[in-house]
Ligand binder design. Sequence first.
Ligand code: ZN
Ligand code: ZN
Length: 256
Amino acid sequence: MRFASLGSGSQGNALVAESGRTRLMLDCGFTVQETEARLARAGLAPSDLSGIIVTHEHGDHADGVFPFARRHAIPVWMTYGTLAALREAGAAVENCPIRLVDAAIAFPVGDLLVQPYTVPHDAREPVQYVLSDGARRLGVLTDAGCATPHIEASLSGCDALVLECNYDPDLLEGGPYPPSLKARIAGRLGHLDNATSAAILASLDRSRLKHVVAAHLSQTNNTPALARAALARALACDPEAIPVATQDEGLSWRDL
Ligand SMILES: [Zn+2]
Ligand SMILES: [Zn+2]
């Protein structure tokens, strides 16, 4: 099992996980052309994908989902709330093979088992995912406003974690965003700051943990060095050992 980020941040997110002949894309917040280019950079063609699993309706995660799925006839999984929100926002969902996700029920796609879990975020029915090939587990957490026991239970015992480190509170407070946006980001349905992400990491069973990746960093309210330092403190490791999935480059393949 292995995974790569095609790009991570408020301008667009997509991640690919692979086991055997199964490859799932997690979110697609890029245009069709951009997604194809980023897949090619990871050595993949659209036809290599078995499906797209979607976390929530925000544009940086969902804008490219239906155009890409329609163009390449790829099935899409999302919660009913996410689908309803996208429909109400005018997304053209016709001719897209859509499967509904129950946020409490794991489902198989080829060689991967997909376990959704609910998170606090200002979307209709947001979930995040743990992907497993039966032997190894990859946990992904972005777009959550605070830690919950359910998040910690879901991510415990993973072999790899991709964790949102959205902002540093001082940079957010002193930064250029309007007060309403600052309050939204820092609120309990907003995004994870470096310290909260590190506290989640510190609370987990890390006995199998091989990879921790910092993701969804704000380019305005955070720096890779601050995110790395926070997660490294939780792991008592060298900050340079923490890779960052960036907006432009994403992250190259990691083997679990
Ligand atoms: Zn996001
Ligand atoms: Zn979001």
